[in-house]
Design a protein around this ligand. Structure first.
Ligand SMILES: CCCNc1ncnc2c1ncn2[C@@H]1O[C@H](/C=C/CNC(=O)c2cc(-c3ccc(F)cc3)cc(O)c2O)[C@H](C)[C@H]1O
Ligand SMILES: [Mg+2]
Length: 214
């Protein structure tokens, strides 16, 4: 029985982070996962790269694949302009509930739209359900085998426009080789690799930023 790792992280945040203060929630998650137990959040080093890409893209419509505890959702939400929309997809209802509580503690539950379900089922419904035409930024951080099929699905559903930015976590560790090969060799993407350490460890990882050219 007992709790799950995301629940233990949430309880720590509810105890130690100031409610309504997203930066204290983010640092509480990083403190817990570096000192108590590791978890697969994008973390502070790769998180800073995510922040920089959000700030330079100034996206109006953002999609995140794989919410988990909501750490990267919070990093993105914190940097969005008023009126921007952040949609995050999470197939595991338990993780989705934890993330919603995390957003509540940070005071950002009104800024984030979390859809519970698999990306393969939800992506084709986004235009109709959410009245969204195109995404300016997609943060990809779900199962690594799903990066490539979901990128192709986003293309097929017409949810990318010239200039749309894909940012993919873990392209080195655990790795997403088929995705990397695709975005680096397709004439429809301009791709760039940002090396960084894996969250909370001394292991090499990196994120890939790929601009869709239309
Ligand atoms: C239809 C399925 C796809 N559609 C989906 N649709 C909706 N939600 C989906 C879909 N697929 C998955 N999810 C959700 O996203 C989350 C999954 C996140 C997965 N992340 C990793 O596996 C990882 C591993 C390591 C790592 C590094 C080193 C190690 F030694 C060990 C681990 C590091 C990292 O930074 C990592 O992000 C969540 C758990 C899961 O329910
Ligand atoms: Mg990751």
């Amino acid at each position: 029985s007992g709790t799950t790792r995301p629940v233990r992280i949430l309880k720590y945040v509810q105890r130690c982070a100031n409610s309504g203060d997203v930066l204290s929630v983010i640092s509480a998650i990083d403190a817990y996962c570096s000192k108590v137990e590791w978890a697969m959040n994008v973390g502070d080093e790769k998180g800073a790269i995510l922040d920089a890409v959000v700030l330079e893209t100034r996206p109006r419509y953002v999609l995140e694949l794989g919410t988990y505890c909501g750490y990267s959702t919070l990093r993105i939400a914190h940097l969005l302009a008023p009126g921007a929309r952040l949609i995050t997809l999470e197939m595991n209802p338990h993780y989705a509930q934890v993330a919603i509580e995390m957003f509540r503690h940070a005071g950002l539950d009104a800024q984030v739209e979390l859809l519970v379900g698999s990306s393969s089922a939800l992506i084709p419904q986004l235009r109709k359900k959410l009245d969204i035409e195109k995404f300016d930024l997609v943060f990809i951080d779900h199962w690594k085998v799903s990066y490539l099929p979901d990128t192709k699905l986003l293309e097929e559903c017409g949810l990318l426009k010239a200039g749309s930015v894909l940012l993919a976590d873990n392209v080195t560790c655990p790795g997403a080789p088929d995705y990397l090969q695709y975005v680096r060799n397709s004439p429809r993407y301009q791709s760039q690799y940002f090396p960084a350490r894996l969250e909370y460890l001394q292991v090499e990882d990196g994120v890939e930023k790929s601009v869709f050219l239309g």
